[in-house]
Design a protein around this ligand. Structure first.
Ligand code: PCA
Length: 196
């Protein structure tokens, strides 16, 4: 089978966290899943910078699919995000000390974009692997949403697919949580659902 390139990212720790399960899991993924060849990349939890880091990496790697992964404290399931909104509204400062309140991601952009990966199939594949998976209809208004929105805007009308998965805390961060191996397995299941 012809190999396809998947750029997959995880975020640096932010706020009061000293670890980010998204990067912990992404950095432990195998380099090949099904027909995909993976390029893992750590990105900063900084408005704007996060998406720019993905775009710089994508300019070199030329991915068919981009999947970003982020931490969502309080979530119980690994959640493919359905939508990104044109809003920056932060409860805490990002890692550069920036805390926007009700600003646009892109003043000239549309209100929202739908993700261009099959979110229902991905959530279903996670559940079929015996793990908690559920589609989410809100990626929030912090750096994760900002990154997904910016990438969907950039790749709108192209063949590059863009998706986002939020993952729960690791057990050492609080509850609810999911062990690292299970987050890794859920990501593998979700990536396998991109084959169809
Ligand atoms: N989660 C944050 C930003 C970085 C991360 O891992 C979010 O949900 O926006």
């Amino acid at each position: 089978m012809e190999s396809r390139r998947l750029l997959i990212t995880g975020f640096t720790p932010f706020g009061s966290n000293t670890i980010n399960p998204s990067w912990e899991a992404v950095s432990r993924l195998p380099r090949h899943i099904g027909s995909f060849h993976l390029r893992p990349c750590a990105i900063p939890t900084v408005f704007g910078e996060a998406a720019q880091t993905v775009l710089r990496e994508a300019a070199v790697f030329d991915p068919h699919v981009i999947l970003c992964v982020g931490q969502a404290g309080g979530r119980e399931a690994v959640a493919p995000e359905r939508i990104a909104v044109n809003i920056r509204d932060a409860r805490i400062p990002d890692n550069a000390g920036f805390q926007p309140s009700g600003e646009y991601v892109l003043p000239e952009g549309p209100a929202a974009y739908f993700s261009t990966v099959p979110v229902n199939a991905m959530a279903q594949a996670i559940r079929a692997a015996g793990l908690p998976g559920a589609v989410s209809n809100s990626a929030g208004a912090f750096v994760c949403n900002d990154t997904l929105y910016t990438l969907l805007h950039h790749y709108a009308g192209t063949h590059v697919r863009v998706g986002f998965l939020h993952v729960p805390y690791l057990p050492q961060q609080g509850a609810p949580s999911l062990p690292l191996e299970q987050i890794v397995s859920a990501l593998i299941a979700a990536i396998s659902a991109l084959e169809v």
